[in-house]
Design a binder for this molecule. Sequence first.
Ligand SMILES: C[S@@+](CC[C@H](N)C(=O)[O-])C[C@H]1O[C@@H](n2cnc3c(N)ncnc32)[C@H](O)[C@@H]1O
Length: 282
Amino acid sequence: MEAQYELLDSGGGRKLERFGKVVLSRPCSQAVWRPQLPSSVWHQADATFDREDGNRWHNRSALPAQWMIDVDGIIFQLSGTDFGHLGIFPEQRAQWRWIRSICASSKTPPRVLNLFAYSGGSTLAAALGGAEVCHLDASRGMVQWARENAARNGLAEHPIRWIVDDAHKFLCREERRGRRYDAIILDPPTFGRGQNNEMYKIEKDLPETLRLCRNLLSEHPLFVLLSAHTPGYTPIVLQHVLGQSVEGLGGELESGEMLLTGAPSVLPVPSGVYARIRFGKC
Ligand SMILES: C[S@@+](CC[C@H](N)C(=O)[O-])C[C@H]1O[C@@H](n2cnc3c(N)ncnc32)[C@H](O)[C@@H]1O
């Protein structure tokens, strides 16, 4: 079956991607190399997005109001937002596969916490692997989007708690309530706002986020997966900060770049980094 997401090309500060039948050209600052495809192919994109004069779509009317794609067995509802996002970060694909396979191999349904959870890719991967999930995002609209994605994946009745809250406030409350999780996934923004406008800055807040997460890990945890899209945050940066936060728990720590990919001849585009630790099996 033809892949429903693929990177078609990149270069000249842009990326050309196909989401189902829709081809989009969007900014990509790291693509400092030359495009491989001729400009005639790039000009056939259904719509383009630019940040030159503020955020702007060109030919947005060519985009369906909503459409769906299946990425590795997870169905996503997409829509062109004012910020150029579509409701999916396909560079997380390899993480979603990892999450799903670990959850599926657990003897009992693991309890998974997904923070800064956006449209729910990681939540869906964990739930499809059989986990009970707590999904948290400060944006009510994003939580609603994720719920709709869950329904599209036949998970409307699955045990998923949907929380609209500030991440730190919620983590402190969960600790007081004595709730514990077997796995924690977090993709903190460079800069974000909590539900009541609390400011989140990764450079200041990440160690505290991880300290709070550490306090919520169950006695025999499965994993912690941290990812970020912050300039200057390399895999080793994330590996160090994650490693320090779970010191003394053992486990296998690894890190790497997240990539947008297409056919083998297409240059992969680095889009963020991850570090993850896999503890003993439960
Ligand atoms: C980078 S996106 C996450 C992307 C997502 N994990 C993915 O890969 O598909 C960051 C998300 O964090 C949320 N957010 C920002 N500040 C927050 C805060 N203080 N507490 C909770 N969520 C927050 C935003 O609403 C946004 O959905």
